[in-house]
Ligand binder design. Structure first.
Ligand code: 5GP
Ligand code: ZN
Length: 115
């Protein structure tokens, strides 16, 4: 059995607040949101990070990127949103199952603060 928390969520073993689901992907609200709307879009396939993706995942990743604005609009983010993909320890990734954060609905600060 997988020890991956997002595989467990995708398999229904751990509950989530679902936003969208089809055969390939699942979207669910982040348990610790950083904005009024904060959900994640994950492939059902266990892929640890973007660094593990290859040509064989091109269609899946394309599908996820195209789904993002549709799901964001369905969550009320019709004025725009932020997408974040943390990749690897160097990118601050904490859950090693590829996911796209979709964030919005509040005052979204500049992503990188320059002093
Ligand atoms: P990362 O830092 O890997 O890009 O993001 C992981 C995200 O997963 C975090 O924003 C965290 O709040 C969220 N998260 C971790 N565990 C759970 C969980 O069990 N359920 C849900 N819905 N979100 C989770
Ligand atoms: Zn997984």
């Amino acid at each position: 059995m997988s020890e991956c928390i997002f595989c467990k969520i995708a398999g229904g073993e751990i509950p989530c607040r679902k936003v969208y689901e089809d055969d390939d992907v699942l979207a669910f609200h982040d348990i610790n949101p950083v904005a009024p709307v904060h959900f994640m879009l994950v492939p059902k396939l266990h892929l640890p990070s973007l660094m593990d993706a290859g040509r064989q995942h091109e269609a899946l990743l394309g599908k996820m990127l195209l789904l993002a604005p549709r799901l964001a609009a369905e969550q009320g983010l019709d004025n725009g949103f932020r997408t974040v993909i943390n990749t690897g320890k160097g990118g601050g990734q904490e859950v090693f199952h590829l996911h796209i954060h979709i964030i919005g609905g509040g005052n979204i600060p500049p992503m990188v603060r320059r002093s």
